[in-house]
Ligand binder design. Sequence first.
Ligand SMILES: [Zn+2]
Length: 165
Amino acid sequence: MRITTKAIIETVTELVGQDVVPLVKYIKDKKNISEFKIAEKIDQEVNQTRNQLYRLHGHHLVTYHRKKDRQKGWYISYWTFNKKRVTHVIERIKQTKIEKLKQRLAKETKNHNSFYICPKFCVRLNFDIATDFEFRCPECGEMLKQQDNSKTIDHLKKQLKKLEA
Ligand SMILES: [Zn+2]
């Protein structure tokens, strides 16, 4: 699966937050970039940059290795963006969506044209529960109306097809 920049940005924003976007845009196609260089390139403090990198690391979205700087005598971390992880996350989100849609579709199909809805939209009940309430809205007391859910079923089927394509 090829992954677009848009998909990468959406995923990291969702998981880590909007503030990491400039950093991710900078490192996404590079390898082993020192945190000092990243901070400089995106014009940000090193501490803030480290904080963002650790947060990304918390979601396995970056990997790093440490190397001792011979001249300065301290350790520097070199970071690489983990595109595979993004692909994996996107695939997982998609599968969850598909599962939920399938469950909804099964429920709608099983209760085809036997949902009952309050004219004031307080509730939507299946036949058995509507019977328990004698076809009156448990919230406001209005008579419930039988609902044609064919359009909902069609809509769910279309959404599923699109996701599974
Ligand atoms: Zn009602």
